[in-house]
Ligand binder design. Structure first.
Ligand SMILES: *[C@@H]1O[C@H](CO)[C@@H](O)[C@H](O)[C@H]1NC(C)=O
Ligand SMILES: *[C@@H]1O[C@H](CO)[C@@H](O)[C@H](O)[C@H]1NC(C)=O
Ligand SMILES: *[C@@H]1O[C@H](CO)[C@@H](O)[C@H](O)[C@H]1NC(C)=O
Ligand SMILES: *[C@@H]1O[C@H](CO)[C@@H](O)[C@H](O)[C@H]1NC(C)=O
Ligand SMILES: *[C@@H]1O[C@H](CO)[C@@H](O)[C@H](O)[C@H]1NC(C)=O
Ligand SMILES: *[C@@H]1O[C@H](CO)[C@@H](O)[C@H](O)[C@H]1NC(C)=O
Ligand SMILES: *[C@@H]1O[C@H](CO)[C@@H](O)[C@H](O)[C@H]1NC(C)=O
Ligand SMILES: *[C@@H]1O[C@H](CO)[C@@H](O)[C@H](O)[C@H]1NC(C)=O
Ligand SMILES: *[C@@H]1O[C@H](CO)[C@@H](O)[C@H](O)[C@H]1NC(C)=O
Ligand SMILES: *[C@@H]1O[C@H](CO)[C@@H](O)[C@H](O)[C@H]1NC(C)=O
Ligand SMILES: *[C@@H]1O[C@H](CO)[C@@H](O)[C@H](O)[C@H]1NC(C)=O
Length: 841
């Protein structure tokens, strides 16, 4: 939209362009003339012809800063006869008067200002012809370590003095790519991603850069340029992960014990340790201000066999000086766990007629020390046999497997019916082998040549009410076995062989009498299984001797009829609860109580115990309504009993508890709904990024939360960020520009409830601008030491489209060692599998 003033301006410009004669000629008055600096093309330059309005004026007089380069002729032409140089003098103040023949002033004096306009006639100049700087290997890429600086005398308000820096050449160029970059506006020199990967003082420690500065914003072929040399020394970076440390568990030395050391390149740095694995019980490490790392208590490999954490270096203001580095501590096993016998006494049975070499059983033992080492390798030895009748060495045990075998041809019960063996189980561990004694009893039993025989082949028909409780014994059965009593040859196991797929019944045996007790194992239901036709089998735990088999005598039958019972109504839930604000209107539906009758009869509901008469129930549907204004101050949890009964048989009823919780007052300030502590964007910022911020409020709110998000007061924050509320719980934090440096940016955000007497919270989200790998992972790496590569990745927050999930810290450790199974360090916390796999470097 044009305004009136714009129109007038436009109009006067048109006059200037079209009416050349009018503008180069006119009466005396105060005037200004802009003239380009330098030597005019036509000299003298005719500037303006003054026409006196008083007829007696015959000549003119020019005074002021004439400086010998301005003249006025008697015909009124003001001329420039010399050369202008804006950089020397940008404004000439002249006065002009018209005079008569006697030299008397007839008109004026009027002031004439000559404004010298800039042309690009100055070459930019570096303030030094050579610059010297140094940078550490693995310095943050993108973070400046040296500035070059040039000036241009031209008018700073014009492009003539707008400078742009660039790197022309790098000597030497061993990788055929630039290792450094320069900020074209500020002249800040930093190492780039390639430099971060490749700079290595042991291979090449000095570089020379030819740096160019151009004016006209570097955009024009006509720009003036100038060069400077930059000499860069690459220095060693001793801030590196130390070798993984090994610490023996359960150390008896006095703690803390100095285990390793990290060192920053310059003195005066502050060190901290950061845990990256969660839930470490009594964090056992510390660091002192010389970078020495200590273990503060004896470790236990059986509890945790490896620790991985980070060492952080900060300046005295608490700002990180570099990437954190990884510290790895492996806990070495000592043999501090003796073998353990699985049972206090292990009992094996062996039949009289078993031959030499028969397997008798395996002695089970274990050792908690590290697997696959001598600390847990078990060796079995029989130390003693009792009685030694008919001889010693009746049994042998396999040295490594603990398998027992007969070392004689057949045992005789008349010699001995039981042998007690003393067995040593030992490991071969360091520093001392540990041993345990396990007791083994070997029972010699009669051969199993008799089968169990049922007293009846059919137990007939049995009728059970469907509500017979689980666990009720419904039938006793009996079979007998002619083998030696109290052995596995005569013991009887009963099982339902057929007719009970769902396992409604189980049978237990009394070992003294071999009587079987059949019990209900799961509730019966007439509606689903009205009849069971069961076949029951009796077997011995010991195998039968060759040539003998179970026959039909070891089977019996029973038929079970389930009878229908008019059952009480059943509620679908064991308790019903609802939660509402105390100010809900009378008649609000609070809950549906649901119940059904197993026989399908119609049910009615009623409420009892409604002391404050707050509630109503719909007899038919079970819906509960508020019947009066509720008051949290009177009762914050209101309990009533709901009874459901059959319409045709009111005595068949059941009850359930209904609890109404009335809402608390507004006593929780808003809070962030997620963890944003590790938000990052990759440097350089390709596109303005954004983060979706979600907050919540622990107070119950029927209509959802209504929160207001605002940036904190700090001026810098508002220059860099903007925050738009999306709805009552979400806001969009987005960058205002892309010009961020590698560092952490704290963003203070105020979150406030929109309600009367609101509560508020101030939170700070730390946004990390960091260097990234190609897979957008914020990282740190030590070239040449591949196996100690650490990737500190916090999430993928590329400035793309909408959002972008929020991901917790991810530290991926690749260890140059065997895969560990259960006890391996699990330190990967990523949101999606795709992202996790990207970290798999
Ligand atoms: C040149 O400029 C750089 C960067 O601003 C500055 O550090 C340096 O001191 C200046 N050199 C001289 C000689 O003024
Ligand atoms: C200067 O750098 C900015 C971004 O780094 C880039 O957009 C711009 O094109 C550069 N200017 C020149 C003249 O190279
Ligand atoms: C540590 O060693 C002592 C003997 O040196 C032992 O008694 C103790 O059980 C061990 N503790 C652990 C946790 O292994
Ligand atoms: C820690 O150990 C290092 C060598 O590993 C040693 O130089 C240093 O003096 C020790 N510091 C302390 C406090 O024992
Ligand atoms: C097995 O018995 C033979 C003799 O009967 C004896 O020499 C041998 O040592 C026994 N083996 C073991 C492991 O006891
Ligand atoms: C074997 O041990 C059991 C239980 O410790 C004991 O009752 C029995 O007398 C022992 N038998 C012999 C032969 O030592
Ligand atoms: C068991 O019930 C069936 C009918 O299902 C009947 O045929 C049979 O005679 C009954 N047996 C006994 C022993 O009552
Ligand atoms: C209650 O349970 C019965 C039986 O399982 C089922 O048919 C009915 O749909 C359930 N009602 C509700 C509301 O869940
Ligand atoms: C608020 O906006 C966020 C982001 O657009 C969305 O995920 C969320 O469902 C919205 N909440 C409501 C209550 O509309
Ligand atoms: C949040 O910060 C603002 C301004 O900095 C301050 O006025 C307010 O009291 C703070 N609120 C809380 C809960 O700290
Ligand atoms: C957040 O703001 C950025 C920049 O204004 C925009 O590109 C992005 O789509 C916004 N995200 C959401 C979820 O509104």
């Amino acid at each position: 939209m044009f305004k009136l003033g714009d129109l007038i301006l436009l109009f006067s410009l048109l006059i200037t362009v079209n009416g050349e004669s009018e503008t180069t000629k006119g009466p005396l008055r105060d005037m200004e003339f802009p003239i380009l600096e330098g030597r005019p093309v036509v000299s003298p330059l005719h500037i303006y012809q003054f026409v006196p309005s008083n007829p007696s004026s015959t000549d003119f007089r020019l005074s002021g800063e004439v400086n010998g380069i301005f003249e006025i002729a008697s015909d009124g032409w003001l001329k420039l006869v010399g050369t202008l140089d804006r950089e020397k003098k940008a404004l000439y103040r002249l006065q002009i008067s018209a005079i008569n023949g006697r030299g008397d002033t007839m008109e004026g004096p009027y002031s004439i200002n000559i404004i010298v306009e800039d042309i690009n006639d100055n070459v930019p100049v570096f303030n030094q012809s050579e610059y010297f700087g140094s940078v550490r290997q693995n310095y943050f890429p993108g973070k400046p370590f040296l500035y070059v600086y040039a000036t241009d005398l031209d008018d700073p308000s014009t492009p003539n003095a707008k400078l742009s820096y660039s790197i022309l050449q790098q000597i030497p160029d061993p990788y055929k790519k630039l290792l450094f970059s320069i900020n074209n506006k500020t002249g800040a020199i930093s190492i780039n991603h390639d430099g971060f990967q490749n700079l290595d003082p042991t291979k090449m420690d000095t570089y020379e850069l030819l740096v160019t500065v151009k004016d006209l914003e570097g955009m024009s072929e006509n720009a003036f340029s100038n060069n400077a040399r930059v000499y860069i020394t690459v220095k060693d970076n001793i801030w590196q992960s130390p070798q993984p440390q090994n610490v023996y568990e359960n150390s008896t030395q006095p703690h803390p014990i100095n285990i390793t050391k990290v060192t920053w390149n310059e003195p005066g740095a502050k060190y901290e340790l950061q845990e990256i694995e969660k839930n470490i019980w009594r964090w056992p490490f510390s660091i002192d201000q010389d970078g020495n790392i200590y273990v503060t208590r004896p470790l236990d490999r059986e509890e945790k066999d490896q620790y991985v954490f980070l060492a952080v270096v900060k300046d005295t203001f608490g700002k990180m000086l570099s990437y954190p580095i990884k510290i790895e501590v492996n806990v070495l096993d000592i043999n501090d766990n003796p073998p353990v016998c699985e049972k206090a006494v292990t009992i094996f049975e062996v039949q009289e007629n078993e031959g030499m070499g028969s397997n008798i059983g395996t002695l089970l033992a274990s050792d908690m020390d590290q697997e696959d080492t001598r600390n847990s390798l078990l060796i079995f030895r029989i130390l003693d046999q009792n009685p030694k009748i008919p001889q010693n060495d009746l049994f042998r045990v396999d040295l490594f497997s603990g398998v027992f075998q007969l070392n004689s041809t057949g045992l005789q019960k008349k010699d001995a019916d039981q042998y007690n063996l003393t067995v040593e189980v030992a490991d071969e561990g360091f520093p001392t082998a540990l041993r345990t004694i396990c007791d083994v009893q070997i029972h010699v039993i009669d051969i199993n040549n008799e089968i169990p025989i049922f007293e009846k082949s059919d137990y007939g028909n049995l009728t059970l009410a469907e509500d017979t409780p689980v666990g009720t014994v419904i039938l006793e059965i009996q079979a007998t076995d002619g083998d030696e009593p109290s052995t596995g040859s005569s013991a009887i196991n009963y099982k339902v062989h057929q007719g009970d797929q769902k396992g409604h019944f189980e049978i237990t045996t009394n070992p003294q009498t071999n009587k079987g007790y059949m019990k209900i194992n799961q509730p019966l239901d007439f509606e689903t299984f009205p009849v069971y036709d069961l076949v029951i089998q009796a077997t011995n735990p010991e195998p039968l001797v060759k040539g003998v088999d179970y026959t039909e005598d070891s089977f019996t039958r029973v038929k079970i009829f389930v009878s229908d019972v008019n059952e009480v109504p059943v509620f679908n839930q064991s308790i019903y609860q609802a939660q509402f604000d105390e100010d809900i209107p009378v008649g609000t539906k609070l809950k549906s109580i649901t119940a059904y009758d197993p026989e399908g009869d119609e049910i009615s509901f009623e409420i009892s115990n409604d002391k404050l008469n707050w509630l109503n129930i719909d007899k038919r549907t079970g819906d509960i309504f508020s019947a009066a204004p509720l008051d949290r101050e009177k009762q914050s949890t209101y309990e009533v009993t709901v009874r459901a009964f059959q319409k045709n048989a009111e005595y068949l009823s059941s009850s359930v508890l209904f609890q109404l919780h009335l809402n608390d007052v507004n006593d929780n300030p808003p809070r962030l709904a997620k963890d944003y502590s590790d938000t990052f964007f990759c440097h350089p910022i390709a596109k303005r990024g954004s983060v979706l911020i979600e907050a919540t409020d622990d107070d119950y709110s029927r209509f959802g939360h209504n929160l207001k998000f605002e940036l904190g007061e700090n001026q810098n924050i508002k220059q860099d960020w903007e925050l738009h509320s999306i709805n009552g719980t979400h806001a969009n934090l987005s960058m205002k520009h892309t010009n961020f440096e590698i560092q952490q940016y704290p963003v203070h955000i105020n979150i406030k409830e929109r309600r009367p007497s609101p509560l508020e919270t101030n939170v700070t989200i730390l946004v990390y601008i960091c260097a990234c790998t190609d897979t957008q992972t914020c990282y740190y790496e030590v070239p040449g030491l591949e196996q100690y590569k650490v990737v500190l990745a916090v999430g993928i927050l590329l400035g793309t489209l909408a959002f972008i999930g929020l991901i917790v810290a991810v530290v991926f450790i690749r260890l140059n060692q065997k895969k560990k199974d259960e006890k391996k360090v699990d330190a990967t916390y990523a949101k999606t599998p795709a992202e996790t796999s990207q970290l798999n470097i």
